[in-house]
Write a protein that binds this ligand. Structure first.
Ligand SMILES: Cc1ncc(COP(=O)(O)O)c(C=O)c1O
Length: 363
């Protein structure tokens, strides 16, 4: 049997899962709920699976305090398929879709609209290398907007919205990298989507929370599998859902409840991020954060070292010391520590110590 290996997992996604959840999954892997088989082997039409499925939807609703006039569905294709499904369903003739650009993922979301209709940039911080979150008001939004799209947390650049714009048009948010990291007011949004592989579970399941009022306005010439209505009408069981991923999501949500819910999770995340940001800020410029302070993400902490050689050395020695996933995204380089819900305090403290020692030796 393979020996377990202790590492500090700072991967950006797929990312760390709570160890208690992995232990639970291991425990019931071959005999789920006394069915004599794994949850992966159950029919998705069986009562045993449907209980898991429905309990997971209920937990999503409870934890995020999702109002009754919203639906929760599980789809596949990752957040990237949502980039296309959103304009396919909601961009109508005579309307335009507005996108707030705060990084590569919002650029990709905007790029997909060209297959379906007309879109425009509401605001962009590209000129500032995506170091900040813009201020957006209705003055920036065209009157004929079908919706405005925002990326709540910019996984690559390490910035995060603290307050969302208040607009008179439907607001759609990609929350892939900060959903369930803090309480949110769902009623501010008409649609929220998130790939699971950061704070929710393994990759393969994508959560969509959509307001019924928006659904009523959806285009009706959308292929069956790409229409939100299909998944809503069939309770995310139109075709075979990613059953194991949904089971794991349910277990992660139970774990969040055990931590004390989203307020407790948010406090934890603030403390963890502060450990690393404080180390950066106290380094006299040895470590330089990418994001402007007021736009800093509590999920992805991006920073650089003064020269590239030193940065390479830092990343190499960190990897040797058991820190996994500290390389910045391949498109921007630098360093990035992703401190999602399941990353323990202990990992952040260890990274801080490592950073301080590295600076003492090389500063
Ligand atoms: C904010 C954000 N949006 C979208 C994506 C793309 O997600 P997926 O790989 O599930 O398509 C990612 C992936 O890291 C992301 O961080």
């Amino acid at each position: 049997m393979q020996q377990s290996k202790n590492v500090y997992n700072f991967n950006a996604g797929p990312a760390a899962l709570p160890s208690a959840v992995l232990d639970q999954a291991k425990l019931e892997l071959t005999n789920f709920n006394n069915s004599g088989m794994s949850v992966m082997e159950l029919s998705h039409r069986s009562n045993t699976y449907e209980e898991v499925h429905n309990a997971t939807i209920d937990r999503m609703k409870q934890l995020l305090a999702i109002p009754d006039d919203y639906e929760v569905v599980f789809v596949q294709g990752g957040a990237s398929l949502q980039f296309a499904m959103i304009p396919y369903n909601f961009l109508r003739d005579g309307k335009e879709a507005g996108y707030i650009l705060t990084g590569s993922w919002s650029e990709k979301a905007l790029a997909e609209t060209k297959y379906f209709g007309t879109s425009y940039e509401v605001a962009s911080t590209k000129n500032n290398e995506y170091r900040n979150i813009p201020t957006v008001t209705m003055n920036d939004v065209k009157e004929n907007s079908a919706y405005v799209h925002v990326t709540s947390n910019n996984t690559i650049y390490g910035t995060q919205w603290k307050q969302f714009p208040q607009l008179d048009v439907p607001l759609i948010a990609d929350m892939s990298s900060d959903i369930m990291s803090k309480p949110i007011d769902v009623s501010q949004f008409d649609l929220i989507y998130a790939g699971a592989q950061k704070n929710l579970g393994p990759s393969g399941v994508t959560v969509v929370i959509v307001k019924k009022e928006l659904l009523e306005q959806a285009n009706d010439d959308v292929p069956t599998m790409l229409s939100y209505a299909t998944h809503v009408d069939k309770n995310s069981l139109y075709n075979t859902p990613p059953t194991f991923g949904i089971y794991m999501l349910g277990e992660v949500l139970k774990w969040i409840e055990l931590q004390g819910g989203l307020h407790a999770i948010a406090t934890n995340n603030e403390e963890k991020a502060a450990i690393i940001y404080d180390t950066i800020d106290a380094s006299n410029g040895f470590y330089v954060g990418h994001a402007e302070k007021e736009s800093r993400s509590l999920m992805n902490i991006t920073f650089r070292l003064e020269d590239e050689q030193l940065e390479k050395k830092f990343l190499q020695e960190a990897a040797e010391a058991g820190f996994v996933g500290l390389n910045g995204h391949r498109s921007v380089g630098g360093c990035r520590a992703s401190t999602y819900n399941a990353v323990p305090h202990e990992a952040c403290l260890a990274l801080s110590e490592f950073m301080k020692t590295f600076q003492q030796k090389n500063g």
